[in-house]
Design a protein around this ligand. Structure first.
Ligand SMILES: [Ca+2]
Ligand SMILES: [Ca+2]
Ligand SMILES: [Ca+2]
Length: 308
C-alpha cells in the first residue's frame, strides 16, 4: 500500500511542472454584484479574480452597464466554485439600448504578449440577429483590414459555408503585415437563443482550435486550423496596447456589434489548456462515458492480473 502511495506521489510530482506553467492572466466571474443591479461608476468595478489586477469598468452606468443576473449556466465549474451571477447585456436595466460593455481600461493585460493563449467564455443569447460580439480586443492593427486584434461573435449572416448565425472567432496573428494574417475559426452550427454555450479558443504558434460545450455533453472541437501565427516576439495575437472588452467588439476601429446576451465566466490563460482543464465541468454523453468506464474496467482488470 505504501509503495503504491509513493508511486502516485512520484507521478503527481512529475505532472506538477506542466500544471505550474499554466497561468491565468485574467478571470472575470461577475460574482461581485447583486441580482438586478448595475455595475457602479468608475474604475476597477468589475474585479479580475486572477489576482493580476486586470479589473474592468463600464463606460457610464447610466447607459452602458450590463445588469447582474441570477440566470447562470446549468453546467458547474470544474473548480467547484459556486457560480451565482452572470451579466445580462443589451436592452433593459439602465436603458433600452443595445449599448452595454465592460473593458480592461489601461490594464497590464492589454500589453501582455501571449506565445500561447486560451480564451474562455460562457454565453446565452437573448436574441439572435445581426452581428453580436461576446468579447474581443479593441483596435485596428492592419491598415488594409477593418478587423480588430480579436473577436468572438455570433455572426449576423451565413458565412462561412452557408450556415446561419455561427459562432465565429477572428483574430490578427502575431506576424501581422497584411490581410492574410486575419485568422478565422467557425463553429459550423447555428447558435440558438436561451441556451448556454461554453467556449474555449486555444491558439499557439502553429495551431488554433475552437471548443464548445452545450448544456449537456462534453467540450467538442468544432474547428481547427494550422498556420504560422507567431510574431517576432513569439506573440500569437498582434501586439496592440488596447482593451479587452465584453459585450461588444470593434470594426474599423469603432465600437460596435453589441450583444443581447447573458455572458459569464470570462477567462484568459497564457497557455493552451487541455480539455480536462477547461472552465466548466462539462460531462460527456452517456455513450462515451460508458466507453471510458469500459476502458477503466479493462485497466483495473489488467492491473489485477499483474498483481496476481
Ligand atoms: Ca459568474
Ligand atoms: Ca444600456
Ligand atoms: Ca439581454
Amino acid at each position: 500500500m505504501k509503495k503504491i502511495f509513493s508511486a502516485w506521489l512520484v507521478i503527481a510530482s512529475l505532472a506538477a511542472p506542466s500544471a505550474a506553467w499554466a497561468a491565468t492572466a485574467g478571470y472575470w466571474r461577475f460574482e461581485e454584484g447583486t441580482n438586478g443591479g448595475l455595475i457602479p461608476a468608475g474604475a476597477d468595478t468589475v474585479p479580475d479574480s486572477s489576482g493580476n489586477g486586470n479589473n474592468m469598468r463600464t463606460f457610464d452606468p447610466t447607459f452602458t452597464s450590463a445588469t447582474y443576473s441570477n440566470v447562470v449556466s446549468p453546467v458547474p465549474l470544474r473548480s467547484g466554485l459556486p457560480n451565482t451571477l452572470s451579466l445580462d447585456f443589451g436592452p433593459g436595466g439602465d436603458d433600452g439600448g443595445l449599448n452595454d460593455d465592460n473593458y480592461t481600461d489601461g490594464k497590464s493585460i492589454n500589453n501582455q504578449l501571449f506565445s500561447a493563449i486560451t480564451v474562455e467564455v460562457a454565453f446565452r443569447m437573448d436574441s439572435i440577429g445581426g452581428f453580436q460580439t461576446i468579447m474581443g480586443k479593441d483596435g485596428k492593427p492592419l491598415a488594409s483590414s477593418p478587423i480588430p486584434p480579436f473577436k468572438l461573435l455570433v455572426r449576423g449572416d451565413d458565412y462561412p459555408n452557408a450556415v446561419p448565425n455561427q459562432l465565429f472567432v477572428e483574430w490578427i496573428d502575431g506576424d501581422s503585415v497584411d490581410g492574410s494574417d486575419d485568422q478565422q475559426l467557425a463553429s459550423g452550427q447555428t447558435v440558438v437563443p436561451d441556451t448556454w454555450y461554453h467556449v474555449a479558443v486555444t491558439i499557439d504558434a502553429g495551431t488554433a482550435a475552437l471548443w464548445v460545450a452545450g448544456e449537456t455533453g462534453g467540450y467538442q472541437k468544432l474547428d481547427q486550423i494550422t498556420g504560422d501565427f507567431a510574431g517576432p516576439l513569439g506573440n500569437v495575437i498582434v501586439q496592440s496596447n488596447t482593451n479587452w472588452s465584453v459585450g461588444r467588439g470593434m470594426y474599423n476601429n469603432g465600437v460596435t456589434d453589441w450583444s443581447n446576451a447573458h455572458i459569464d465566466e470570462v477567462r484568459i490563460s497564457d497557455s493552451i489548456l487541455s480539455q480536462n482543464q477547461f472552465l466548466f465541468a462539462a460531462v460527456p454523453e452517456p455513450a462515451s462515458m460508458a466507453l471510458s468506464l469500459f476502458g477503466l474496467l479493462g485497466l483495473t482488470h489488467a492491473a489485477r492480473r499483474k498483481a496476481a
